[in-house]
Write a protein that binds this ligand. Structure first.
Ligand SMILES: [Zn+2]
Length: 50
């Protein structure tokens, strides 16, 4: 079960980012985010335990 967690936009520092989708790679899942304030797209590696 995934829990919503606050992510900070690396571009403007806003915490009003939302999930833009999940990208699957050989190394694992990458959760993509889209910043609501500046429109910047960024992603984090999705690890098992966070
Ligand atoms: Zn932003």
């Amino acid at each position: 079960m995934l829990e919503e967690k606050m992510v900070t936009c690396p571009e403007c520092g806003s915490q009003r980012s939302y999930k833009d989708g999940i990208r699957y790679t050989r190394t694992g899942e990458i959760q993509r985010y889209l910043c609501r304030d500046c429109g910047y797209r960024f992603s984090f590696l999705h690890k098992c335990k966070i």
